[in-house]
Design a binder for this molecule. Structure first.
Ligand code: AHR
Length: 553
């Protein structure tokens, strides 16, 4: 039976075309006003929401880099130094805090030296993902021209106001290359040969890259290590690196979903050299994709996938159930990390997350792993971001997989066409949480009840998260019910609500999505809210993500 790690290692991919089916819209019905309540407790601070929870992932895979980000300086497509202007503009709007690059699995086959120096002299290399590209796929997606390299990525980060997070190659390059890449990026102007090379590429000033991934999925495509072997490699790679006064934060290649043994094995082995080894790890990367929509029928990586566009209400709830697993993964791995790191110096970095569907729904034919993004993915993403917000002391960073033209994309682009997906709109709404003080919000709502393969099933009725910036409250709420609105009583303890706004992303069609032709088929809508009391009533539409931004008295 094919599992995810084998898929990644063996490079298999199914590519069947699917038909887009539009379902008729589902009628909304308001639930009883008295049975749903949210209480905000501004005095119960959970911690500061790291802006980096709202981070992104851009792998050299399919149409992410070439076409998505990089269009080239000579292109007619509006660009800044070769980088797609529309993307830069949108990322600035959502305050994109950090971007992880160049992989993913690509990272452990990438030689950073190929992507520096004179652009015309850069070598062409076979991309890690070439084996699973369609025969009709773009040449640049199979054979990396290396036109987009470290300087271009640093430029992209600068333009978008993001911090770079580089994933280094542990499987196929020596430790020396790891610290030389740091030297290339961070050594002061004029200080080293590599700093001179960086300057020749257009940047005399160092990039001051703080976040460094030490391999990627080292349990699979990143070397197929045991956790003990990986821990030894991690120690070796991080034993010495040049600092230049820059804080370096090393991120270990953590588990795939509930691989508890990977987490336990790594930390137990790491501290065999002494408890102080913990200090070499800033973050522990968790990857979790919601891919199995088979309702328990299979764990096969190909057969278990659902369709991005052709789904019914039960499939909708199935994706929500898969997404809901995230909270238990955060809590479970955190607990295990605490066995050897009782002070919890190491934080969780959920640097790959999102739904993963079967191929064929992407806007651009032959773009590997591109899938259509619907309202379902937006609601899923809102619920996931709320989960991170509720654990600010545990999750220091996250990266939605991926930024553009791949999996849970915020943006889709091809040549001169570009659109923001419903997931991109959710990031726009949730940006208001960045850097806020997460406060406790208790949700009480009747469960959604439905029939799952002939058996009664339930899913939570309403959830969300709350944060404060001074007196400004941001409350984000997900109503996962496909057809029922939730009339809700919202209360605040110890103070009163003033006025503010409510921004909602929803549609009468649960399959709603944006395309190059219909870029605004689904967009958030904002209205004023006059609460001016301790308690107010608000109705959350079915299948929706809502942000309430209200000043407290
Ligand atoms: O995001 C696509 C792939 O999924 C990444 O390259 C890898 O890390 C994960 O398995």
């Amino acid at each position: 039976m094919l599992r995810r790690r084998e898929f990644i290692r063996e490079g298999l991919a199914g590519a069947t075309a699917v038909l887009v089916t539009k379902y008729s819209s589902l009628a909304a019905r308001a639930a009883d006003a008295t049975d749903t309540r949210i209480e905000i407790l501004p005095e119960e601070v959970l911690g500061t929401i790291s802006p980096n929870i709202y981070g992104h992932f851009a792998e050299n895979l399919g149409g992410v880099i070439y076409d998505g980000i990089w269009v080239g300086e000579e292109s007619k497509i509006p660009n800044v130094h070769g980088i797609r202007s529309a993307l830069v503009d949108e990322m600035r709007k959502i305050h994109a805090p950090v971007v992880r690059y160049p992989g993913g699995c690509f990272a452990d086959s990438y030689d950073w030296k190929d992507g520096v120096g004179a652009a015309n002299n850069r070598p062409r290399r076979t991309n890690f993902w070439a084996n699973t590209e369609d025969a009709d796929g773009e040449a640049s997606h199979k054979y990396d021209t290396n036109r987009f390299g470290t300087n271009e990525f640093a430029q992209f980060c600068k333009l978008t106001g993001s911090e770079p997070y580089l994933a280094a190659n542990l499987r196929s390059l020596p430790a020396e290359d790891f610290y030389r890449w740091i030297e290339y990026c961070n050594s002061p102007s004029g200080s080293t040969t590599l700093a001179d090379m960086r300057a020749a590429g257009g940047s005399a000033e160092p990039f001051n890259v703080r976040y460094w991934g030490v391999g990627n999925e080292s349990w699979g495509c990143g070397g197929n290590f045991t956790p003990e072997e990986y821990a030894a490699e991690f120690r070796r790679y991080t034993t010495w690196a040049p600092r230049y006064g820059q804080r370096l934060s090393f991120i270990g290649s953590g588990p795939n979903d509930d691989s508890w043994n990977w987490t336990r094995g790594f930390f137990e082995e790491l501290v065999k050299k002494g408890k102080q080894e913990i200090r070499s790890v800033y973050g522990w990367a968790l990857h979790y994709y919601a891919w199995n929509l088979s309702r328990g029928r299979t764990t096969n990586w190909i057969e278990g996938k659902g369709d991005a566009l052709k789904f019914d209400a039960v499939d909708w709830y199935e994706l929500m159930r898969q997404g809901d697993v995230m909270e238990s993964l955060i809590e479970g791995h955190w607990q295990i990390m605490g066995e050897n790191d009782p002070e919890h110096q190491v934080k969780l970095i959920v640097d790959e997350w999102g739904p993963w569907y079967k191929p064929g729904s992407g806007l651009t034919p032959h773009n590997q792993l591109e899938q259509m993004i619907t309202l379902r993915d937006a609601v899923f993403s809102g619920a996931t971001l709320d989960t991170f917000n509720r654990h600010p002391e545990k999750v220091a960073m996250a990266a939605c997989a991926q930024l553009i033209n791949c999996l849970n994309s915020l943006y889709l682009a091809h040549e001169d066409r570009f659109c923001v997906t419903p997931v991109g709109h959710v990031f726009g709404m949730y940006a208001a949480h960045q850097g806020g003080q997460a406060v406790r919000a208790s949700f009480s709502a009747p469960n959604v009840s439905y029939t799952r393969d002939g058996k009664p099933a339930t899913f939570w009725g309403l959830k969300g998260s709350a944060s404060m910036h001074g007196k400004d409250l941001v409350l984000t709420v997900v109503n996962p019910h496909v057809s029922e609105a939730r009339a809700t009583e919202i209360a605040v303890r110890g103070t009163r609500f003033g006025s503010g706004t409510a921004t909602t992303l929803t549609s009468s069609d649960i399959h709603a999505h944006n395309t190059f032709e219909q870029r605004d088929a689904i967009v958030p809508v904002t209205k004023n809210v006059e609460a001016n009391s301790k308690v107010f009533a608000y109705t959350f539409p079915p299948a929706s993500v809502t942000k309430l931004a209200i000043t407290l008295d």
